[in-house]
Write a protein that binds this ligand. Structure first.
Ligand SMILES: CC(C)(COP(=O)(O)OP(=O)(O)OC[C@H]1O[C@@H](n2cnc3c(N)ncnc32)[C@H](O)[C@@H]1OP(=O)(O)O)[C@@H](O)C(=O)NCCC(=O)NCCS
Length: 133
C-alpha cells in the first residue's frame, strides 16, 4: 500500500464485482539486456504479481502479465523480466507457457534463502502459437 500510494501508476489490478482480486506491479529499468549480449535496453521488471486463491486458474494472472507487458511496451520497454522462486511450479509454468525464457538462477535471492529463476521475454509481446492471448 505504501508503494501504491506513492506510485499508483506502477500497478494494474484485476477486479470482480468491484473487488480487487489480483494485481501486478512493475517498473521500467535501464540496463544490460538479459536476452541479447552487451546491449543496453529499457526493460520492464515485474516486481510482484498475485491473484487471490479463490480466483486462480481463471486466466487472471495471465491477463495481468499481458496487460503489464503492453503498458511497458508503450513506455519504450524492449524486454520484460521477473524473478520467481524455483519451487513455484505454477508461476514458472505460467511464464514458460507465455514464452518467457529462463535466463539464469539467482542463488539466495529471497530473504529466506530460496533461489529464484530470472525469466525474460522480448517486447513487443508475441504470444507463442497456442499460447496466451
Ligand atoms: C502465479 C499466479 C499469479 C497465477 O495466477 P492465475 O490467475 O491462477 O493464473 P492463470 O489462471 O492465468 O493461469 C495461467 C497458467 O498458469 C499455469 N498455472 C497457474 N496455476 C497453476 C497450478 N496451480 N498448477 C499448474 N499450473 C498452473 C497454467 O499453465 C495456467 O494455464 P491453464 O489454466 O490454461 O492450465 C497465482 O497462482 C498466484 O497468485 N500465486 C501466488 C503468488 C505468486 O506466486 N506470484 C508469482 C510470483 S513471481
Amino acid at each position: 500500500m505504501e508503494v501504491y500510494k506513492s506510485c499508483p501508476e506502477a500497478f494494474i489490478v484485476a477486479e470482480r464485482d468491484n473487488k480487487v482480486v489480483g494485481y501486478i506491479m512493475c517498473r521500467l529499468e535501464f540496463g544490460f539486456s538479459d536476452l541479447r549480449r552487451f546491449r543496453m535496453v529499457r526493460k520492464g521488471h515485474v516486481v510482484s504479481v498475485a491473484v487471490l486463491p479463490d480466483f486462480r486458474r481463471r486466466g487472471i494472472g495471465r491477463e495481468l502479465v499481458v496487460s503489464a507487458m503492453k503498458a511497458l511496451e508503450l513506455h519504450g520497454g524492449e524486454e520484460c523480466f521477473l524473478e520467481v522462486r524455483t519451487a513455484n511450479d505454477e508461476a514458472v509454468k505460467l511464464y514458460k507457457d507465455m514464452g518467457f525464457d529462463t535466463v539464469r538462477t539467482v542463488s539466495h535471492y529471497y530473504h529466506d534463502g530460496a533461489d529464484a529463476f530470472l525469466m525474460s521475454v522480448r517486447l513487443p509481446y508475441a504470444a507463442p502459437i497456442g499460447g496466451a492471448l
